[in-house]
Design a protein around this ligand. Structure first.
Ligand code: DP6
Length: 343
């Protein structure tokens, strides 16, 4: 027999960034962060997990290609979910798995992203959130979402925020075992329905410096990171929570841009400096200032995440973007496969 469970999880975009760990194994951050979870029909991961007595080892396929599961992060998630597993009964098919049986059973995992992997569009966030949720479903884990977020966090920090829709805060926590480093929902997905998020894919190439390596180097070498995590973020977080609560777009937009700018300033303050944004990203930023009432944020890559208060402004922004960055011609599209494009 084979038992299966499937889940889909959207990615999330941080408006107050997580950058820097105080514990690399447990993935504990140096500051709180806040994100908005996207609609799952757009940027999401879909994962199916299966268990069968005939499987001789845990295996995983990502976008159709088998990947090694030896990495500590996958192992942490599998171990933590197995530890919380409960009895599973399927009377119709005569299947009965006792909670103690899970240790000896192996799983097969197949996961797909409907957007570029590791191009700075937080694919690991959607991926690990989805994996943890699907495994929890398969193994009948009863824990609350917040508890599951602490498992997803051990896969990839930002993944803990993708277990909720709407606006989510990842509280850094203070405990050494990380038990209080969890995600909580600040407002659900219906709270600010007018908000529109546009993503301009500048490059779908894998980033040169992974978030994990980048933030390690920033923690080791950037004094701006210390100032940011200890002084700026605690203050900014209170203002951001207030702006979200009141749906105050001007304040939300200002804080989002400022935090993105500071995160990239920390990257530049790192030795050797990390350049995630490129010339096209800088031009998108300028464009945002031309269209009144819009905001931008950039993660560990050059792709722009543009935020508008409503569809009307989003439409205007899109029109401007198409004017300044016309879609590539047929000829340019041929080289698109090899290189970057402007939109
Ligand atoms: C720039 O969650 O990818 O997107 O915990 O090492 O897996 P690891 O890093 P990851 O970092 C994301 C960083 C960011 C900002 C954010 O999402 O808060």
């Amino acid at each position: 027999w084979v038992l299966m469970a499937t889940a889909r999880s959207p990615t999330n975009i941080a408006v107050i960034k997580y950058w820097g760990k105080r514990d690399e194994t447990l993935i504990l951050p140096v500051n709180d962060s806040i994100s908005v979870t996207l609609d799952p029909s757009h940027l999401s991961a879909t994962t199916t997990v299966a268990v069968s007595p005939s499987f001789d080892r845990d295996r995983m396929w990502l976008n159709g290609k088998e990947i090694l599961l030896s990495g500590g992060r996958y192992q942490s998630c599998l171990r933590e979910i197995r530890r919380r597993a409960e009895d599973v009964k399927d009377e119709e098919r005569g299947i009965c798995i006792k909670r103690e049986d899970w240790e000896g059973l192996h799983v097969h995992i197949a996961s797909f992203n409907n957007f570029p992997t590791a191009a700075g569009l937080a694919s690991s966030a959607a991926g690990f959130a989805c994996l943890v949720f699907a495994l929890a479903k398969l193994m009948n884990v009863k824990e609350e979402t917040t508890e599951l977020s602490s498992v997803a966090r051990q896969g990839s920090g930002s993944a803990c925020r993708s277990l909720y829709g709407g606006f989510v805060k990842w509280a850094m926590g203070n405990k050494e075992d990380g038990s209080d480093s969890i995600a909580v929902q600040l407002a659900n997905e219906t709270h600010w329905e007018d908000l529109v998020i546009l993503i301009a894919v500048v490059s779908s190439r894998q980033k040169e410096t992974s978030s994990t390596t980048g933030m390690r180097e920033s923690v080791e070498t950037s004094s701006l990171l210390q100032y940011r995590s200890q002084v700026v973020v605690p203050r900014r977080l209170i203002q951001m929570e207030e702006a979200i609560k009141k749906r105050d777009f001007p304040s939300f937009a200002k804080l989002t841009c400022a935090d993105s700018n500071q995160f990239h300033a920390v990257c530049l303050d790192t030795s050797p400096p990390i350049f995630y944004m490129n010339d096209t990203s800088h031009r998108h930023v300028q464009l945002c200032f031309l269209v009144h009432r819009t905001s931008y944020t950039y993660d560990a890559g050059p792709n722009a995440v543009l935020i508008a208060p409503n569809r009307k402004v989003a439409h205007l922004l899109l029109q401007r973007m198409l004017f300044y960055f016309p879609p590539p011609s047929e000829k340019e599209l041929d080289s698109y496969v090899l290189g970057d494009t402007s939109i």
